[in-house]
Design a protein. Sequence first.
Length: 93
Amino acid sequence: MSGVLDRLLGNKNQGHAKSYFIGLERGRLWAEDRADYFELREWSEMQAHEFDDLVLPHDESRHFHIIRAETPVEWEAYLKGWIDGVKEIREKF
């Protein structure tokens, strides 16, 4: 994992911003390392109202549960950050 992610995981306080930034880093990592063009496009076009029944791709749900076991993480903030991280990487293309 990235150094930023490691530092955030070390913070045991619960918080919206922390959850968002953890999601942002995970989204960036997924978009750079795992996603193909079509997945990147699909996830970067996701809208907030589509979050209710969302299941993350590949092993990302497992990563979320591992992270949540290490530190308190808020799902909605994490998901918003995750999608913003994917969007950020897609903008590079």
